[in-house]
Design a binder for this molecule. Structure first.
Ligand SMILES: [Zn+2]
Length: 123
């Protein structure tokens, strides 16, 4: 046993077994309904989140990761998206301790599972 590090890791590992339900796809069918996109298969509103992966002084700063998903079907897409430098992106992980953030950002499935259960539906 090597103390706190291991214990934290184990606690995190145990938590998100649900993250396995997410399946990455290149696209799924959505239709626009009263200003928001909904899944044609289950009628759940599509949800999305974009985050920066490059530091502000990087020439790639505007290249972000954009995720979108359907909680009903458990499918998601992840792609590089372009977000202008002057547009502030809300940081859904801002309140989390750094090691927790890192842990979530290390896996798209974990991140989506977290966002899906902590974010308000974008309506
Ligand atoms: Zn669906």
């Amino acid at each position: 046993m090597d103390g706190w590090g291991t214990m934290h890791l184990m606690a995190y590992r145990r938590e998100p077994s649900r993250s396995r339900r997410w399946r990455k796809v290149s696209r799924w069918d959505t239709v626009q309904d009263q200003g928001c996109w909904i899944c044609t298969a289950c009628r759940t509103a599509m949800r999305s989140y974009a985050y920066r992966i490059h530091p502000a002084d990087s020439p790639h700063y505007e290249r972000c990761i954009g995720l979108s998903w359907c909680s009903g079907c458990g499918v998601y897409t992840g792609a590089t998206v372009h977000v202008p430098r002057d547009r502030a992106l809300p940081d859904a992980l801002a309140a989390l301790p750094p090691e927790r953030r890192e842990w979530l950002l290390a896996s798209e499935r974990r991140l989506i599972e977290y966002l899906d259960s902590h974010m308000e539906a974008a309506r």
